[in-house]
Ligand binder design. Sequence first.
Ligand SMILES: [Cu+2]
Length: 121
Amino acid sequence: MTHMTRMTLTLLALTLAACGGSGGTYGGISSPPPPPDPLTITASSSLTFGPSSLTVNAGETVSFAFGSVGHNVFFDAQTGAPSDVDGVNANVTVKRVFATAGTYHYTCHIHPFMQGTVVVH
Ligand SMILES: [Cu+2]
């Protein structure tokens, strides 16, 4: 074997090694995580309901998510309004179904300046 031949074989071996492992697939397409439930009103420790106005479709369920500070939800007396979330609610999520189209204003009686609206189409 000549010097040149040995050189060529060495380069060929290196080239093959560098290519090793290529051609693999990228695996399955991972699906994105599900979006957070958009029908949630969060009663925050900064004493606000967010979003202050939430629009839903009739028959949909809205989650009222209460954080570390206790709150409640009292709807203005109105036909079609769901039942109030009375008492002091902290670190809990309470669901209410809005079955009837309308605009429902509510207030936290612990913090009367905490108010919000659910608009039902
Ligand atoms: Cu409150």
